[in-house]
Design a protein around this ligand. Structure first.
Ligand code: EPZ
Length: 420
């Protein structure tokens, strides 16, 4: 199993290009099921999760071609199965996002329930409730969701009980082909939903209000193909900015959008970083200073993203002062705490959702283990600042969401290698 070996203590310094957003690309690929025409998806990140989605679409009969630049052409003209099997859904929850498109276009779908995962229970009740409101008959059988409709799904006014990214996306895609107008209230506002909506609009969907709490979709009878370029990955961008700040370094990110990272950039400035940005770049300079401790509280967008909580905790570990980190989105997203403490951090879990981080003046290398995607990247940041050489095990988690991380960090001057 691959590991990352990192010799800490070097400030990061340099430029890097941010990849396409994983959490946008996966949904846009799933949206290809809504039409028989080809969808060309550019700026797709080369990640394990993207490969899993391509494998899933292929198993349904979607023709997929990928060119050298990771431009993916997907065409769902010969779909012969509406079944997403447990083997694929269990490895990647985003597989559940084929439910809405399959049901809307073919009137039936059979998708394995994702089950819980390391960061929480993560039920899908809101996805199912919304689809039922639109007229789907749903039964749970043998660990699978079996959904059917008689004729087209029906446009409805749906109020989501909680803000859910995946739930909003499944219903958004399903509603594009429904009969009549669907309104999704209390919708998630994440930028990846806006990217998906813009791709759907380019496919002929009629959508308004994406990026706000209320999305209105007027169903059409059929969608057509389009070419869409995936937005930049805000979480990857945020991760490298935090890594630069934690090491006292500086970084210039290209193909990065500051407008979708406002909450994180504000926290980085509070930590003492000098941040500048333009339309498609962000730069950060820590001018060699030790960061100041910053409190974090995760919220749905435009609040502080849960997907950057672990990385900021790594920064807080070596910051001047004490910080409080509160995780409001997932009930079990603190597994990195024990690993950070193994590196010499002083973190106390004061409740299941709150951690108190007392900044220490240095971390020290130790063998550690990645437990989920963002926890892995926080261990990378901690290893970059720690004294000595840290080996991080189980880094397959990181390959799900960070494209060529060792090359990108190596380009910024980090001493990092992938070892077996
Ligand atoms: C998406 O997950 C992202 N994944 C996650 O990124 C991200 O952390 C999360 O949104 C929040 O921003 C993808 O886009 C593939 P949710 P998703 O539905 O859609 C509860 C990463 O590291 N909930 O917004 O699964 C749920 O349990 C990943 O890249 C219900 O109760 O998140 C959670 O506590 C990790 N019922 C909360 O809502 C439902 O029907 C938010 O989940 C649906 C969700």
């Amino acid at each position: 199993m691959d590991k990352l070996r990192i010799a800490g203590g070097r400030p990061l310094n340099g430029r890097l290009r941010v990849s396409g957003a994983k959490n946008s690309a996966l949904k846009i690929l799933a949206a290809s099921l809504l039409t028989e025409a080809p969808l060309v998806v550019g700026n797709t990140p080369h990640l394990h999760d993207v490969t899993t989605m391509i494998e899933l679409l292929g198993s349904l009969g979607v023709d997929v071609t990928v060119d050298e630049g990771m431009r993916v052409q997907v065409q769902a003209a010969n779909v012969h199965s509406q079944r997403a099997p447990y083997e694929l859904v269990k490895t990647m929850r985003a597989s559940f996002l084929v439910l809405g498109p399959l049901l809307a276009r073919f009137g039936r779908a059979e998708v394995s329930l994702p089950g819980g995962c390391a960061i929480g229970a993560r039920p899908v009740d809101q996805h199912l409730k919304g689809l039922q409101a639109m007229g789907a008959e749903i039964e749970l059988d043998g660990g699978y969701v079996r959904a059917r409709t008689r004729g087209r799904l029906q446009g409805r006014h749906i109020h989501m009980d909680i803000v859910t990214v995946g739930g909003t996306e499944n219903l958004l895609m399903a509603a594009t082909l429904a009969d009549g107008v669907t309104i999704i209230d209390n919708a998630a506002q994440e930028p990846e939903i806006v990217d998906l909506a813009e791709c759907l609009i380019a496919m002929g969907a009629r959508i308004r209000g994406h990026g706000t709490r209320s999305i209105e979709i007027e169903g059409v009878e059929a969608l057509h193909g389009c070419t869409h370029s995936v937005m930049p990955d805000r979480i990857e961008a945020g991760t490298y900015l935090v890594a630069a700040a934690a090491t006292g370094g500086r970084v210039h990110l290209t193909h990065a959008r500051a407008d979708i990272l406002t909450a994180a950039l504000e926290r980085l400035e509070a930590a003492g970083a000098e941040v500048a940005f333009g339309d498609d770049w962000i730069s950060l300079d820590m001018t060699g200073r030790r960061p100041l401790a910053v409190d974090i509280e995760t919220q749905p967008h435009p609040g502080f993203p849960t997907d950057l909580q672990a990385q900021f905790m790594a920064l807080d570990c070596i910051a001047e002062g004490t910080s409080r980190i509160r995780e409001n989105i997932f009930e079990n997203r603190f597994m990195h705490v024990q690993e950070l403490n193994r590196l010499g951090a002083d973190i106390e879990l004061v409740s299941a959702s709150t951690a108190l981080v007392r900044g220490v003046d240095h971390l020290s290398a130790a063998p550690v283990m990645a437990t989920d995607l963002r926890a892995s990247s926080c261990l990378v940041i901690a290893a970059l600042v720690a004294r000595g050489t840290t080996v991080i095990d189980r880094i397959y988690h990181i390959d799900r969401g960070y494209e060529t991380i060792e090359e990108k960090l190596g380009g910024l001057g980090a001493d990092i290698a992938r070892v077996r």
